[in-house]
Design a protein around this ligand. Structure first.
Ligand SMILES: Cc1cc2nc3c(=O)[nH]c(=O)nc-3n(C[C@H](O)[C@H](O)[C@H](O)COP(=O)(O)OP(=O)(O)OC[C@H]3O[C@@H](n4cnc5c(N)ncnc54)[C@H](O)[C@@H]3O)c2cc1C
Ligand SMILES: NC(=O)c1ccc[n+]([C@@H]2O[C@H](COP(=O)([O-])OP(=O)(O)OC[C@H]3O[C@@H](n4cnc5c(N)ncnc54)[C@H](O)[C@@H]3O)[C@@H](O)[C@H]2O)c1
Length: 462
């Protein structure tokens, strides 16, 4: 085909839309559906709808975690006077269960999107050429040319596999490949002691794999040091080997991999999971001409406006959150002109067992804030509900401002912490002062009843 003919074909297939949304992740579908009420909208997705969360993130991992928790509880059954016999895990069955749940959810989302009037789902990888004036941005998908004055980017992030010596000589798993295994790894070596490393490491150990976690900055390195220590002890008690070292190099070994660590020692395993953070997908859009930070995340204002008029960035790719709930909420804020993301109080959980729930400041951040901070805490071993359920690992901790009475943050590691933390998160978001929380009537016996209860014993943060 001559260049002129190719140009004519492009022009023939050019379609103008009221808005184009790139990425059917956590914000994209809702935003696209809302916009479709006002004009024709294209939603471009290069993989399956539902993005990371649905296809290889939160949902499959939490479905798989359910099997790991049951296996663990079954092994502990005798502690509760329940006798089960030998506990074995059928990993193939567990992973099939996960895939079945996910297939249903993907189909449900796809049906929903296809049922929205005025919304066209376009399959393929989009590249974007922005118009600095904002008049006509061009999105190209498989040779098709889509144009609009409004483009919403919900393109997310992917596993970062930084160049490390020898890594290209071995088989590397990210969460995508790990969730597609059909047989249990004999020895899973996990690089990274963050959310992914901890959640997967504990699960696979409970399924029966030997597991080594190589945690460069320790387990849960971003949290208060005692949280990392409790989790490390929990993992070690379950038979996981935790090595607080950075990796030096990788090499093939016995059909698996040998990892040499900074101190010269080696770890050899059958499978290697690299879980050392995520990188922005902004590069997949080509030469888009939009300002990004040093890590490729789009720079936005509180209404998600990028440096180019008529282009907005939502979800992980704007660097304002790295969770499904932050991305989903970005979409909600986008569709309500009076709202802004500035001042959002980020709440999150790490779904280890026991889980970690976090909101606002931790001890180190509170010290750095220069405020006069009061702290209250209780070990889970003193929380009656935890004692009744023999789930006494962990701690509950709340920080408040002694002068303004603001609630500054909370760290809860323990039974149901992923839910209980939201009591504090909601209070902070609502601007509730701590005496109001302290005087609330709690339900007994629950874990959350200790939120009012510990607030009666605040002490200066040392
Ligand atoms: C293993 C794992 C477990 C996790 N667990 C949790 C959890 O328990 N709770 C939690 O809140 N978060 C969790 N997360 C994080 C969560 O999955 C992400 O924060 C969330 O999915 C981000 O949503 P998003 O909408 O920004 O992007 P995504 O969900 O990643 O969606 C982006 C979409 O854009 C598409 N796309 C990208 N580029 C293009 C292009 N050029 N053209 C067309 N389409 C494109 C992608 O295919 C994708 O579908 C987890 C992540 C992982 C990896
Ligand atoms: N429960 C959840 O919400 C959940 C669960 C899983 C993932 N996620 C999302 O996925 C993102 C990525 O998670 P992650 O665990 O990959 O990243 P992370 O940033 O949480 O942890 C990566 C860890 O790897 C360590 N590391 C880096 N290079 C290393 C090396 N060469 N040797 C040894 N250790 C090394 C770092 O010190 C760090 O502790 C998170 O930011 C989160 O948004 C969320």
């Amino acid at each position: 085909m001559t260049a002129a003919a190719a140009e004519r074909t492009d022009a023939d297939t050019s379609t103008s839309y009221a808005a184009i949304v790139i990425g059917a992740g956590q914000a994209g579908p809702g935003v696209a559906a809302a916009l479709a009420a006002h004009g024709r909208v294209a939603l471009v997705e290069m993989e399956r709808v539902g993005g990371t969360c649905l296809n290889h993130g939160c949902k499959p991992t939490k479905a798989l975690r359910a099997s790991a928790v049951v296996a663990h509880q079954a092994r502990r059954a005798a502690e509760y006077g329940v006798h089960t016999g030998e506990v074995t895990v059928d990993f193939g069955f567990a992973i099939d269960r996960v895939h079945k749940i996910i297939e249903e959810e993907v189909d449900g989302l796809q049906d929903y999107i296809e049922g929205v009037e005025g919304l066209e789902l376009v399959h393929g990888r989009a590249t974007l050429t922005t118009d600095p004036s904002g008049a006509e941005h061009v999105v190209t998908v498989d040779g098709r040319r889509l144009t609009s004055s409004q483009v919403y980017l919900n393109v997310g992030a992917r596993a970062s596999v930084p160049p490390m010596p020898g890594l290209d000589t071995v088989d590397v798993l990210t969460e995508v490949e790990l969730l597609n295994l059909t047989a249990l790894p004999e020895h899973l070596v996990v690089i990274g002691g963050g959310y992914l490393g901890c959640e997967f490491g504990q699960m696979f150990r409970r399924f029966g794999s030997e597991v080594t976690i190589v945690a460069g900055s320790g387990i849960g390195g971003h949290e208060d040091p005692d949280i990392g220590e409790i989790l490390t002890r929990t993992f070690t008690d379950e038979g996981i080997r935790v090595v607080e070292q950075r990796t030096e190099r990788f090499a093939p070994a016995d059909g698996g991999v040998e990892v040499t660590l900074a101190d010269g020692s080696t770890v050899t395993g059958s499978h290697l999971l690299v879980a050392v953070g995520r990188r922005s997908n902004s590069d997949l859009l080509g030469e888009h001409g939009i300002e990004t930070d040093d890590h490729g995340f789009f720079v936005t204002d509180g209404r998600f406006q990028t440096s180019v008029p008529g282009v907005w960035a939502l979800g992980d790719v704007n660097g304002r959150g790295a969770w499904t709930h932050t991305s989903y909420q970005d979409g909600q804020i986008m569709m309500e002109p009076s709202r802004s993301v500035d001042g959002r109080v980020t709440t999150y959980a790490m779904f280890t067992d026991p889980p970690l729930g976090r909101v606002g400041m931790n001890d180190a951040q509170a010290r750095e804030s220069g405020r006069r901070v009061l702290k209250a805490e209780v070990p889970m071993a003193r929380v009656s509900r935890a004692r009744l359920e023999s789930e006494t690992t962990g701690v509950m901790r709340i920080l408040v401002d002694a002068d303004s009475e603001e609630v500054l943050g909370a760290t809860i590691l323990g039974l149901q912490a992923d839910d209980v933390i939201q009591v504090v998160g909601t209070a902070i978001q609502a601007g509730v002062r701590y005496p109001v929380l302290r005087d609330a009537l709690p339900i007994h016996p629950t874990v959350a009843e200790y939120i009012p209860s510990i607030l009666t014993s605040l002490q200066p943060l040392d």
